[in-house]
Design a protein around this ligand. Sequence first.
Ligand code: ZN
Length: 235
Amino acid sequence: MTVAQVVARAKSLGVRGSVSDHISRDAPTTLGSVESIERYLDALESYDVLRGGEFCWHDALWRELPAHVVRRFTHRLGSLHSIRLANGSFFRAFSAQLPAELTAAVYMEAHVSSMETLATDMPVDILAHPTLVPPPFRELDPHELWTEALEERAVHACLANALVFEISARYPPHERLVRRMMESGVRLSLGSDGHRPDQVANIAVPLALARRLGVCDDDLYDPTRHGSRTGAFDA
Ligand SMILES: [Zn+2]
């Protein structure tokens, strides 16, 4: 879709949208260099749309962006598309095959530990799809994956680093975790994570969850009101 189509689609759904393409050397995207990122921002600046970007924590590109480029983003998202295992190696969160030693408990310990490092190291605003796990684990009851102790650690990581927790339409978090985030004072964001035209700007499912929990619209993250670690709104 063109930017104009994305903006029109969001408007038709009554959504104030942002474009948040993948920006990484290890994701299906062409945004893998500082030059291409500047062209992306040039394009978005012609439209009335927030300028986001979803960066892979495990890829170094976000570390290489000069401050003047970072400031052009209205906000940024950080993702655990790969997590770091206890032995220091990285493991892709999209892997359909899991080695036998990578049990759900071992994986989740590494997932939350990676999240804690992302939260302290990565100057992003939103933690994208915080409950993304490899396909075999998606079949399990999330309460089997997430112990309350792991949830508390995730809450602390977000709270201590002012990281916004995304309710993703693509990888919906379970209600208990979202409630724990909300009750602890972690700000929430609604994400379509749209990869197809019919998914773009469709936040119906995340919105319904936020409504069920009594989240006010004004509490939802809005970079223009709540600011951004990119510095876009600093005087
Ligand atoms: Zn992602």
